[in-house]
Write a protein that binds this ligand. Structure first.
Ligand code: AP5
Length: 249
């Protein structure tokens, strides 16, 4: 089922509206993906959204989309956020929470959603709980992907991302057919600034600080399932569906 919208409301915020299809999923699935940078959240998000018809909402994508805007039109707050991101540090909670708070329509959307990269701290998770209560929706499940650190580093340092459509490749595991060009849209493939070795180390340290308490937050609500991200993407996807089954019925 590919019901994907153009995500304009999420990526641009404000009064932007998504271009929607007239087809809706049987119900709105609402889920969150957790996991260290490079575990494959974005890769699995794409597969899960195709299966469940929900929208892929990545906070990292909002920051990266802002980078493409004319610098004169990037707000001072967003410029600050981009500085943290380029160093591999977490963007401060208040900035991220405001950003999601300005996009409450995405939480209420009939397509449902799959959060990727949000929340990343317990403070963000608690604010998200309040937002859910405010708009009267209930979360279905939270998936946490687990992967040894060395594998994470290999995946991130080999990742290439399309400037056009955001599709991801890997120089060894998933090369594009034509070097430097996206198979899907022909766009230029580039290496994210935060995928350099020294920045990857910072990102992993940041993740380690917040991951345990965040998992506990959702474990206490009986919403958490943990899935190994070590196998190839189709197998990880199968394992994710198996783990989700009891929570989605
Ligand atoms: P964000 O954009 O969320 O990035 P991230 O969490 O670091 O995750 P990544 O996108 O790097 O990795 P992924 O798990 O999606 O892996 P992927 O599928 O691409 O955040 C970026 C920054 O924004 C943060 O550092 C922070 O500064 C800021 N930020 C964002 N949200 C924030 C928040 N809520 N609070 C504070 N700050 C925030 O896969 C990686 C590679 O591996 C690819 O090349 C892929 O092809 C390959 N691969 C994937 N799966 C497999 C597999 N199973 N086997 C082999 N290779 C695989």
């Amino acid at each position: 089922m590919n019901l994907s919208t153009d995500h304009a409301a999420w990526l641009k915020g404000g009064t932007a509206e998504c271009h929607k299809l007239d087809v809706y999923p049987e119900r709105a699935y609402r889920m969150i993906l957790l996991g260290a940078p490079g575990t494959g959240k974005g890769t699995q998000a794409q597969l899960l959204c195709e299966r469940f018809g929900c929208c892929h909402l990545s906070t990292g994508d909002v920051f990266r989309a802002a980078k493409c805007v004319d610098p004169q039109n990037v707000s001072p707050v967003m410029q600050r956020a981009l500085g943290y991101m380029q160093r591999g540090e977490l963007v401060p909670d208040e900035i991220v929470i405001d950003l999601v708070g300005e996009r409450l329509t995405c939480l209420k959307c009939d397509y449902g959603f799959l959060f990727d990269g949000f929340p990343r701290t317990v403070a963000q998770a608690e604010c998200l709980d309040q937002m859910f209560a405010k708009v009267g929706i209930v979360l279905d499940a939270v998936v946490s992907y687990e992967l040894p650190t060395q594998e994470v580093i290999d995946r991130l340092s080999g990742r290439r991302t399309c400037r056009g459509c955001g599709a991801t490749y890997h120089v060894k595991n998933k090369p594009s057919l034509r070097e430097g060009a996206c198979d899907a849209c022909g766009g230029e493939l580039y290496q994210r600034v935060d995928d350099k070795a020294e920045t990857i180390r910072v990102r992993l340290q940041e993740y380690e600080k917040t991951a345990g308490p965040l998992r506990d937050h959702y474990r206490c609500k009986n919403l958490l399932v943990c899935v190994s991200a070590a196998d190839a993407p189709p197998r990880v996807f199968e394992q994710t569906l198996e783990a989700l089954q009891p929570l989605l019925t």
